[in-house]
Design a protein around this ligand. Structure first.
Ligand code: PMP
Length: 456
């Protein structure tokens, strides 16, 4: 009989219906709160992604503490989504909460540096490398500005991105490969100009493709994550990242490394753990413990070229920066996070916990006899409903099994475990306990046992 990723479709459908009913029955207050308060919001939610959770309606959250979240119906959930990395170090870490309380009496935004801002610069260099930094509110903006600088100093137009990538709302990167050609991504809203004029798309792990694209001489920068984390998780093959560095140098393009997700790798991100040499380094999400903050740092060589460009350009708006960026609350939280939260010890705990989780999930998959696999990048673990390893975005797109994934997510949620909605991603924070990890593995086993018919 045909299956979806090894699961019988009828069994899957019955499971989904059971789990949806169970979710709704258990959440009368969430449902009532949404019925009361959702109408003024477009499609009933303050940010449209909140509709994309696989539950019949979104959870309404009462509070989140540590690695746990409580909804208004009183369910306490082990949180492995952690705000899709925004809270990777746990919710409201105490040193960050303290910094917020202190700064709260000293002003929230004034478009001038604080002493904490000046101290944070040195902390950033110690942690991530000797870059010259700028701060923004989101990783989307950090990538946007990094690309502006790359275009400015190279005088070239295109960004090279990988098929299946995601770098935030930076429109320039919203391209994909179709029949081997760069095209605007399907589904973009309100796209008013031709994205292919500013971007070229290549498969991850395809150095020959990268070389061919760079050889045209119009690429300002390669923008990439060191591991593709938004298309399942696609690991770089040996030599791929070194190859990007070499090819960028050979063809006069910059290499921008986006560490927004891969900072799960360890202190200093994948870049420091694996000795990468980006021209511009980008980081966001949890870097300030959950306070909206992102940073982009350039090497001294890039800064020299940018200063020369800046001195020669016409006076007027640079087109970069936003009003609330660089506010003192960000730096209070950044300093607290770098010194007291995102420590080597914290990363060691995260790594150990995530290794336990990955091992546990792999064993469950093996015992169920499913053709699935598990990938881990430090604190970040993902199960993939297809055999691996995946080599690129095309393989990752084919590996996605939305109906199976949605059913597993909902099954886990009903068993007290929240995982990230857009992928099968689970994060282990420094305060996630072994019991929480084992509960998630147990819930996963329970869900797969219900989904998978015993071999006869
Ligand atoms: N870069 C990467 C690799 C991301 O995954 C994301 C968001 N998921 C971003 C940048 C953008 O982050 P934000 O939504 O906080 O702007």
């Amino acid at each position: 009989r045909p299956t979806i990723a090894g699961i019988d479709p009828a069994r899957l459908e019955a499971f989904r219906a059971r789990e949806e009913a169970r979710f709704v029955t258990a959440r009368p207050r969430s449902k009532a709160a949404l019925e009361d308060g959702a109408a003024p919001w477009l499609n009933g939610v303050p940010m449209h992604w909140m509709r994309d959770w696989p539950s019949p309606f979104p959870l309404v959250v009462k509070k989140a503490e540590g690695a746990r979240l409580t909804d208004v119906d009183g369910h306490r959930l082990d949180d492995f989504c952690l705000g899709d990395t925004g809270s990777m170090f746990g919710h409201s870490p105490e040193p960050v909460a303290r910094a917020i309380r202190r700064q709260a009496t000293r002003g929230l935004t004034y478009m001038l540096p604080s002493k904490a801002a000046l101290r944070a610069g040195a902390l950033l260099c110690d942690r991530f490398g000797p870059f010259l930094w700028q701060v923004t509110l989101s990783a989307s903006d950090a990538n946007r500005h990094a690309l502006r600088v790359a275009r400015a100093i190279t005088g070239r137009r295109k960004v090279l991105v990988f098929n299946g990538c995601y770098h935030g709302t930076l429109q320039d990167t919203m391209v994909e490969l179709r029949d081997g050609r760069t095209t605007a991504r399907a589904g973009l809203v309100g796209q008013g100009f031709d994205l292919t004029e500013g971007a070229v798309c290549v498969e991850f792990n395809d150095l020959a493709g990268v070389e061919a694209a760079l050889a045209r001489g119009d690429v300002a920068a390669i923008l990439t994550e060191p591991v593709m984390t938004n298309s399942c998780m696609v690991l770089p093959e040996p030599g791929f990242l070194d190859g990007l560095r070499r090819l960028a140098d050979g063809h006069g393009a910059l290499l921008i490394i986006d560490e927004t997700h891969t900072q799960s790798s360890g202190a200093g991100g994948y870049t420091r753990v694996h000795g990468l040499k980006p021209d511009i380094f980008v980081i966001g999400k949890c870097v300030a413990g959950g306070m909206p903050t992102a940073l982009w740092g350039m090497t001294e060589a890039v800064a020299d070229r940018f200063r020369a460009h800046d001195a020669a350009r016409d006076p007027g708006h640079s087109g970069m920066g936003t009003t609330l960026a660089g506010n003192p609350m960000q730096f209070a939280c950044l300093e607290a996070t770098l010194t007291k939260v995102a420590t080597d010890k914290a990363f060691a705990r995260m790594d150990k916990g995530a290794a336990r989780l990955a091992k546990g999930l792999s064993k469950v998959i093996e015992a169920a006899g499913l053709p699935w696999h598990v990938v881990r990048v430090g604190a970040r673990v993902e199960f993939i409903c297809a055999p691996g390893p995946l080599r690129n975005g095309t393989e990752a797109a084919a590996a996605h099994q939305p109906p199976v994934e949605a059913a597993v997510h909902l099954g886990l949620l009903n068993r007290g475990c929240l995982i990230a909605p857009f992928h099968n991603m689970m994060l282990v924070s420094p305060i996630t306990t072994r019991r929480q990890i084992d509960r998630l593995v147990g819930a996963f086993a329970d869900v797969l046992a219900e989904l998978k018919e015993p071999e006869s």
